[in-house]
Design a protein around this ligand. Structure first.
Ligand SMILES: CC(C)(COP(=O)(O)OP(=O)(O)OC[C@H]1O[C@@H](n2cnc3c(N)ncnc32)[C@H](O)[C@@H]1OP(=O)(O)O)[C@@H](O)C(=O)NCCC(=O)NCCS
Length: 402
């Protein structure tokens, strides 16, 4: 629990059009090296940001001046294949002169209220510091293994004959349709709007598609790739931005396509889900030019721990997925007191609070959230019985960063 209270005259409110300039400046200062202040202001006013416009911005005011801001995006998350309304918390920023007074934490509390009021069941974010958010109830939810390897380290799977480069005009609607078809079979992916797919119109981006057996324009796998000039004569490098496949054979088709690119690209960077077990197919899953740290063991991928997730409406989540009668949960959630207490499910009426105070043994909300994301919370039917993950991948894969 955070022991400090924010300044008593702090006010948090929705953003207005006349905040756009100050918001652009605040965020450009808080996230240097990313987009400029003018660019941020312009896209706020034009409403062209991928995850929503000014209506997603919350402003913290102190003495009539902007002291901080954040974005409370309204998202739909595929939680073990089921669509769930979710609060995406992003761009939490406090002006340099107002830091360490509890304003950042208060912006997060305010976003939790906004999310609950509009019916969000969970929240997702990318942390600047895990402990800050864990203390407020979020739990680490996902991870990727970042591999860098020469193309020939991948097997030349014969299925590669099914993969081919898609011209910009051929990419839609095939790639978005493939992504949509995977939503019921994946955990963590966001439901995307058309705006998310504008990346496909960029001719500098390479898109490889694998046709589905059913023919037509349908795809069974796709990868979005970016080519980079290597440093110091290292040759060109390829980064795999996104890769999704509906079945193992189509997945192998993409890997096989990548494997024959050795004469143009000297290295490939690929973020794989731990469940993909990429190390099983790479000829040398060893990081380039690293010695052994422990006997004959070797360094391999870098583990990138990614988004965090938090339950913000436990009763709503139980109603959405179903709960086993006889379930009893004792929960401690100081940030969302409506969730703190003893919860029981006697019958079909779902999870109800008894009015008892949570005891010392109550489950902290961050731990409960971690159990939900791994499908291990007793009582609630998560994962749902119908969930059949594509390629057996149950890993939480948010993919989008915001
Ligand atoms: C990250 C950021 C938003 C934090 O904002 P902030 O208002 O300073 O955050 P808070 O004051 O709520 O909390 C920060 C710390 O100050 C402490 N604190 C809060 N009020 C305090 C007080 N009155 N006295 C002493 N310490 C206090 C908090 O307990 C917390 O401590 P911790 O180090 O144990 O976590 C701010 O530093 C920032 O804008 N950074 C750049 C942008 C960025 O990285 N954003 C995150 C995107 S996910």
């Amino acid at each position: 629990m955070i022991p400090f209270r924010p300044p008593s005259d702090l006010r948090i409110r929705p953003a207005r059009p006349d905040d756009a300039e100050a918001l652009g400046t605040l965020w450009a200062r808080a996230f240097p090296g990313e987009r400029s202040a003018a660019d941020r202001t312009e896209s706020l006013l034009a409403g062209t940001d991928t995850y929503g416009g000014l209506d997603t911005c919350r402003v913290a005011e102190l003495d009539g001046r902007m002291a901080g801001a954040c974005r409370a995006y309204s998202l739909t998350l595929s939680l073990f294949g089921r669509p769930v309304p979710a609060l995406g918390l992003g761009a939490v920023a406090v002006s340099p002169d107002a830091r360490r007074r509890g304003i950042g934490a208060e912006l997060c509390r305010d976003a939790l209220r906004v999310g609950r009021e509009r019916g969000d069941l969970v929240s997702v974010l990318y942390p600047f510091r895990v402990e800050f958010y864990r203390r407020m109830g979020w739990a680490l939810a996902g991870a990727v293994e970042r591999y860098r390897f020469p193309p020939e380290a991948l097997p030349r799977f014969p299925e590669r004959a099914r993969a081919r480069l898609l011209e910009p005009a051929e990419r839609r609607p095939g790639v978005p349709e493939l992504y949509r078809s995977l939503l019921p079979r994946r955990h963590g992916l966001l439901h995307r709007s058309e705006r998310h797919w504008e990346q496909l119109d960029d001719p500098a981006v390479l898109v490889v598609g694998v046709g589905a057996d059913s023919g037509g324009g349908a795809l069974a796998a796709a990868a979005i790739l970016e080519s980079r000039r290597g440093r110091g004569g290292a040759g060109h490098a390829l980064t795999v931005r996104e890769l999704y496949a509906s079945d193992p054979s189509s997945y192998r088709a993409l890997l096989g396509w990548l494997s024959v690119q050795r004469d143009q690209w000297r290295s490939i960077t690929l973020d794989a889900l731990p469940g993909e077990r990429l190390h099983q197919v790479l000829a040398e899953p060893r990081r380039p030019s690293r010695g052994a740290r422990r006997g004959l063991w070797f360094e391999s991928a870098v583990l990138l721990r990614g988004p965090m997730m938090r339950v913000i409406d436990l009763a709503g989540l139980a109603a959405h997925f179903g709960v086993r009668p006889g379930t009893r949960l004792e929960v401690a959630d100081p940030e969302v007191p409506e969730q703190s207490g003893v919860w029981v499910a006697d019958d079909e009426a779902g999870l109800q609070r008894t009015g008892e105070e949570p005891g010392n043994g109550a489950l902290p909300i961050a731990l409960l959230s971690g159990l939900v994301v791994s499908g291990e919370l007793p009582g609630i039917r998560i994962p749902p019985p119908e969930f059949e993950p594509a390629m057996g991948l149950g890993d939480f894969d948010l993919l989008d960063t915001f």
